[in-house]
Design a protein around this ligand. Structure first.
Ligand code: BGC
Length: 743
């Protein structure tokens, strides 16, 4: 038996290593046959819709491909066009190396899911992974095999429009979501033709841009970079992500595309990243306005030397690398290294064996908008809605056949259906969206009367006549459901705002309707935390809906009627006013901390004109039921570095509705060699309970959860006391503590 196992191990070893050897030699063999120009071509990525691109206007794309000067394309074109380009690459170039086709499939291809920030509000890693799996299935059926996702930028600044693309303000939550997304996009086998390359972006600390202003610079010390912004990228690398995209901004004054500390030392060095990097759109060329290159020649030199592998749309490499080699400024071996990384992934995708594997149009119709995909999109939309307020239990509105609901607001109206999809939904179609009106109508049927009024136009402009019409409609109803907020294009890339209250005159609409005295339910649509301080008191109930995707209407109707009990929790703090921004739960205590309960402000770490506390904290979200947390117990009062500690507590559903709470565990290192945050999320769990049911909830913490970058920039845990906090949101926790001893 032992002998058999031994033989089996030898055979497996030989097969496995043989495969590796075979695959390595194939890439190397190809590389050895390539001319310098062909190699550089593999690092050049062009746009498919080139006629609209300023840098590509004079290019004949077919000729470029034929000359072996293109490695990848971002298509946005018909299937037939993709096949024709691939045919040119395969049949008309000397070595027949296939193209990769890439796009931003950020929250769905045709089945548009809630925006990523909304998905993060579900804290449901399985559902997020499933959403990515579905998106990849649809995108690959359309011929794509490289996704510019996931965006894993931690963001603490609600002014930044792109916080809609990420997992919010917390590093741990972002990292867990990042792993789920990579698993969903890349699957377990890149050759399967329903999986694609994933891209961790934007490397790094793009979420830290100053003042939340798009394309701005960052000022992040290395410790904060490593502690807050890098872990989600590291999580992607540990998950074998294929590609990493540079950020547009500077880190320590050096643009990310030319930042060898980030790319060489950390990404490829410390982390051993085996994939290839890609610039952001034209970001190599932007070294010129950044003021660190005088022309594209110098930009190419700096980017390649820093470890940037491929050029997205800027044509900086294709125009300059050959000359740079001739001039002895870079070596061909450096180019080989970048090309090797690209070819490895062309091989992993199976393209070297079957260049047309992804180009099979017959899959498309059966895959897009498949009923299972719609079901998953609806489920995730339900889970991402966050109930902020529910006074006098105005919600749910039971299907009892007696109620007249006035559905009001610019985002309730069917002509603005597209806005419910969110910013990165380029392959989605407005006609697929279930509007809130349609959702409520279908859901309530004869069990309620739904009246409709617009209230405001696009961009939140509310003329007198629309407001008075809305007031008239509200007066005829028992309850007002008001759909307000941002539409999909208020956030996203170039969606930075200095005023993050409701856009336009929507606050006026709220005040006018509130005067009717009818109970008010607010549905807030948003791609970022909004300042709702003025309007919040006018609502009895308030639900954060984000941009929920094409199943918006169904999900919202289910929550309003109580068929789905809300369980989403905020992945970003909702500020009281824009002056508090950046605001986040895991701040440092300061030397003069102010307690929440204290009235006194003078001499303390406080504002003179605003509370320190946000309107709603990180992790916050209500349910139609109520949960009670029992005391926090630890299985040991002390632990050494080889041990783990089990944290447990009893969770009870003390309401009369089945429901899920997302239990959150935070720690605080009370004394470090540098100041440590007042709280850090370390674990979370979704727990479902029937009314009256109780469950023991357990979390295990180990030494790695206690580590941080200390004063010497070592990643270690300090012996000493740690506080453990458990609760339903970051501001409502119960605690216990343990001591970490020296071994
Ligand atoms: C964005 C990237 C995106 C790229 C390609 C850039 O402007 O910053 O996130 O992947 O465009 O669309």
């Amino acid at each position: 038996m032992k002998k058999n196992t031994f033989f089996l191990s030898i055979v497996l070893f030989l097969v496995f290593n043989g495969c590796q050897f075979k695959s390595k030699s194939r890439v190397e063999k190809l590389l050895s046959q390539m001319t310098l120009e062909e190699k550089i071509g593999q690092l050049n990525h062009l746009k498919g819709n080139y006629s609209t691109d300023i840098y590509q206007q004079n290019l004949d794309l077919q000729n470029e491909i034929k000359a072996g000067r293109v490695g990848a394309l971002t298509p946005w074109v018909s299937f037939d066009q993709l096949i024709s380009w691939q045919r040119t690459a395969v049949d008309s170039t000397r070595l027949g190396i296939p193209l990769v086709f890439a796009a931003d499939v950020i929250h769905g291809y045709r089945t548009i899911f809630p925006i990523p920030l909304a998905q993060a509000a579900s804290w449901d890693l399985q559902a997020i992974e499933k959403a990515e799996r579905i998106s990849a299935t649809e995108a690959t059926a359309a011929g794509l095999n490289w996704n510019f996702a996931p965006m894993v930028d931690v963001s603490r600044d609600a002014r930044w429009g792109r916080c809609m693309e990420g997992g919010g303000e917390d590093t741990y939550l972002n990292s867990e979501i990042a792993k789920a997304r990579v698993r969903g996009i890349q699957g377990s086998d890149l050759r399967s033709h329903s999986t694609m390359l994933a891209t961790a972006k934007h490397f790094a600390a793009y979420g830290a841009i100053e003042a939340g202003k798009e394309y701005n610079n960052t000022d992040v010390p290395e410790r904060v970079l490593r502690e807050v912004y890098l872990p989600p990228f590291k999580a992607c690398v540990d998950q074998n992500i294929a590609t990493v995209m540079n950020s547009f901004s500077t880190i320590d004054r050096v643009p990310a595309s030319a930042n060898s500390f980030l790319l060489k030392d950390i990404l490829k060095g410390e982390w051993g990243f085996k994939g290839f990097t890609v610039s952001d759109a034209n970001s190599f060329l932007e070294l010129i306005p950044h003021g660190i290159a005088k022309d594209s020649y110098e930009a190419a030199e700096k980017c390649l030397n820093a470890g940037s592998d491929t050029d997205l749309w800027g044509q900086v490499y294709i125009d300059n690398l050959e000359q740079l080699v001739c001039d002895g400024r870079i070596s061909e071996a450096q180019i080989d290294e970048a090309v090797r990384r690209v070819l490895r992934y062309k091989e992993s995708l199976g393209l070297l064996d079957n260049p047309y594997g992804y180009l099979n149009p017959s899959r498309l119709d059966s895959v897009l908008l498949h009923p299972n995909h719609l079901e998953a999109a609806e489920e995730l939309a339900c889970k991402s809605l966050v109930l902020l307020k529910n006074e006098q239990t105005v919600l749910p509105i039971k299907k009892d056949g007696h109620k007249t609901i006035a559905l009001i607001g610019p985002l309730a109206h069917s002509t603005r259906a597209k806005n419910l999809m969110g910013n990165w939904s380029g392959f989605g179609k407005a006609e697929d969206v279930i509007t809130i009106y349609d959702g409520l109508q279908k859901h309530y049927g004869m069990d309620a009367t739904i009246l409709l009024a617009e209230g405001c136009e696009d961009w939140g402009i509310c003329p007198e006549n629309l407001i008075s019409e809305a007031v008239k409609v509200a007066k005829k109803a028992d309850v007002v459901v008001l759909a307000i907020g941002e539409h999909g294009w208020h956030s996203g890339e170039c969606g930075s705002r200095t005023d993050i209250t409701l856009p336009g005159d929507q606050e006026e609409l709220v005040y006018a309707l509130s005067k009717t005295g009818k109970p008010m339910i607010g549905l807030v649509f948003n791609g970022r935390p909004l300042v709702l301080t003025n309007v919040e008191p006018h609502f009895q109930s308030l639900i954060v809906c984000w941009q929920p995707g094409i199943m918006a209407g169904n999900a919202i109707a289910k929550v309003i009627s109580g068929d789905f009990n809300p369980c989403g929790k905020l992945p970003m703090t909702f500020p009281m006013n824009v002056g508090q921004v950046p605001i986040y739960y895991n701040y440092l205590n300061s030397g003069r901390p102010k307690l929440d309960s204290e009235d006194k402000r003078w001499g303390l770490n406080a504002y003179s004109d605003s509370p320190n506390e946000p309107l709603y904290p990180f992790g916050y979200g209500l349910s139609y039921t109520r949960f009670k947390y029992g005391e926090v117990r630890l299985d040991k009062p002390t632990l050494n570095t080889n041990e783990s500690v089990t944290v447990s507590f009893e969770l009870s559903n003390i309401g009369d509705t089945p429901g899920t709470d997302i239990c959150q565990l935070y720690i605080r290192d009370l004394v470090g060699t540098v100041s440590r945050p007042v709280k850090e999320l370390k674990r979370f769990k979704r727990v479902f309970l029937q009314p009256g049911e109780k469950k023991q909830v357990e979390f295990e913490l180990n030494i790695d959860d206690l580590k941080y970058w200390n004063h010497n920039m070592e990643f270690i845990a300090d012996p000493g006391q740690f506080e453990v906090m458990v609760g339903t949101n970051s501001a409502c926790t119960q605690s216990n503590s343990f001591v970490l001893t020296k071994n």
